[in-house]
Design a protein around this ligand. Sequence first.
Ligand code: ASP
Length: 304
Amino acid sequence: MIHGGAGALQHIQAEGSEEDFAQSINGILAQGRLKLQQGSSALEVVEYCVCLLEDDPLYNAGRGSVLNEYGEVEMDAAIMNGSDLAAGSVAGIKNIKNPIALARLVLKKSEHVMLIGHGAMEFAELWGVECLPDDYFVIASRIKQFQEAEKAGKMVLDHEDIEQEPQRKFGTVGATAFDLEGNLAAATSTGGIVNKRWGRVGDSPIIGAGVFADNETCAVSATGYGEQFMRTVLAKTISDYIHFQAVSAPEAAQAGIEYLVSKVKGLGGVIVIDAQGRCGVGHSTSGMIYGWIEQGGESHFQLT
Ligand code: ASP
């Protein structure tokens, strides 16, 4: 399963047509399927799919990320392996072409789970991670969006309508996968929110909030208003529904979103695969962009 964010998507044409999103999501799902068929692990496949989403400027992750208060791209990402609960995460990083690949290196090569800012950049240099100049990441539509937010003196979510009280759009990306060996993994990557200040970090790189994977329960990737997902530890809460109530992925996704709404009036969405390979989606926003292939069947794309 992969997603490209949640929100009110009626005005999505500013970023790309529905056809552009369908092509992107279906193309990435096809490549993910091939990798799984060839025997790649769930962990490798979620990293691979999220790298492709980061490279696509349609989304708020990697190239095309939203801009912070200084007009810069500053990104967060995390990845988790369901077989041993190994996890890697980076926050407040710049100029890294694929933040999710750096998060995977944190998982593999460091004895830590989360690296931030300057230190994370030093770690990236140590391992020769691909860095690119600012102009690779900053695209014209994000400059306009940032200028509008700055003018309005607001910190806003990706493609929130700055003038009116919006139905918001959250353009973070993520993937969950179930491999031939029955392992689960999840990954999430984002540029965060527009005009963000003070080193703000959202849920995406927080294990248990924006991402979680455990072979015994499920793999989850979230998108939405990060602060609400952090306060409800939503990805782990969804895993707990499965652990304690033995529900399926669709039921757990639904229960998680109901919890998010009832506790903090949260806005966002999740993709979930459970330990039987069942796929579930839930969102409290009016729309969400996602796609899935269940039990090796047909590929489905959804932009609501
Ligand atoms: N969850 C992300 C954050 O709060 C935003 C998004 O999903 O687009 O940083």
